[in-house]
Design a protein around this ligand. Sequence first.
Ligand code: HEM
Length: 537
Amino acid sequence: MSFPVAAARSPRLSALCARSLSEAWPGTSAGVSVRNLNIQTTATGKLKSKDELPGPSFSTTLYWLFVKGYAENSHLLQGLQKSLYGPIWRSRFGPFDVINVASAELIAQVIQQEGRYPVRAELPHWKEYRDLRGQAYGLHVDTGPEWHRIRSALNPKMLKQREVLGYAPIINQVVGDLLQRIDSALRVKSAVKPQGDSMKKGFDPFDLCPVIYPPVGISSILFETRLGCLQEEIPQQTLCFIAAVNNMLTLSDMVILFPRWTRSILPFWRRFVQAWDELYDIAKVLIDRRMAEIEAQVHRGEPAEGMYLTYLLSSDKLSRAEVYITITELLLGGVDTTSNTLSWTLYHLARDPRVQDRLYREVNSVCPDRRVPTTDDLSRMPYLKAVVKETLRLYPVVPGNGRFVSENEVIVDNYLFPKKTLFHLCHYTVCHDEAQFVHAQRFMPERWLRAEDTDSGCSKASPGFYQHHPYSFIPFGVGVRACVGKRVAEMEMHFALSRLMQHYEVQPEDGAPTVEPKTRILLIPSKPINLRFLPRG
Ligand code: HEM
């Protein structure tokens, strides 16, 4: 992932570990723009205690969340609280005592001190479920060297560019099915129109989100089988799986908020366990089925060829129990994320014909006559990548991330925090910070390009149009704990978007309302995004 630093320097995000920050952010020689990152210098004065931090009382937080409606808009609460308390504040809520940081510099300071085995947040209720069922802990529950061992087994086939390129054919096949699915949805809609109706095929708006919502591409890579998400009749098992993912994620938040003694009265824990059981059981059936196929192949003297699952099952790096839970967790990470990002992208393209036209022209010039793009072709589509980046900036799927620093004390902004402090990294606010991004509320993919753009209608004369602090845009996280699915997700979105552009022009439905995001763990559309898909001639 590159940054549009004006002087044509584009450091890679992966290189942005704390130690290399000044190299990675050219122009920020130590002690100048990295002033706040150098904790040695901030530590020279007297350090303050976290008790001196400003922040809302418990009752104020309750009021904001449940009376003012920020429970579904916690991304906006970040900005409100920043305006009241500054870029660092403390909030207490139920069992949580959280230090919120809402500037790129302070986020960088936290990440810089996250330790060798970073933890996002403790998930005691997930651990309790695993103990209850005697399952392996997995990526989200395991900590320290155990987490690192699992992560090291996953990384090579997920994060190495060379390996990920191998998934291109299956992703393209899935995208082909997606196009067919849209086409048949349009045909059904036009078929029910009365004769002579002026509305033509493709003119009836519909919400693409449910079509692309299911974990289409990633499931093919992980399970090495199609789950039938793109069939007109989605198989029952797949519907169950999708519902279980939703339930588990929603209930996870509820379970952690209420004390244990409420479990016999409130339904949350019981339903949470049920959702996990369903998820795990379906994943286990699919994995066992694939394992039986591999064993049969080996028995026949054939090489066991496959993708991710075959690699994990045959690598001996993880136990079978760990493979069950790891594949389930990978799928959890891959579901809402790419589909929501793609939906937001289309939402903006539909509203901005100039951007859509420029994107179409780029795709068409690299792949004329609807030739299916290859990964090489994608590398020659900078505007396509800029469009996806700009979408992730406006709608970071993970609007706030966490770091639970348990190994060491941490100094941030001259405050000293003891071990076991939970930090909330307010990415949404930082991505919308006018000081980092000129016209921060506008959808302007050009800001990610290095070349001068002539028709964006915005002032590139403003210093900083292309420049921003590297930690002001980290939609996939950063460092060793960053998203393991980043490369696959990007490839999936780039293929899907380029091919959608080849086949359809998207337009908003008549009188379409503005769609705002809401938070349901992830940042998702608050209402359906209904679009018209007009087949291109
Ligand atoms: C638009 C797409 C996606 C976005 C924006 C995204 C974003 C993120 C972010 C912000 C994190 C936390 C990183 C950190 O704590 O520093 C994360 C973690 C994770 N993501 Fe993604 N993700 C996406 C797609 C995917 C996909 C497709 C997969 C499945 C292969 C996936 C699997 C995971 C997993 C397993 C983790 C936890 C890693 C760990 O704890 O070691 N993500 N993702």
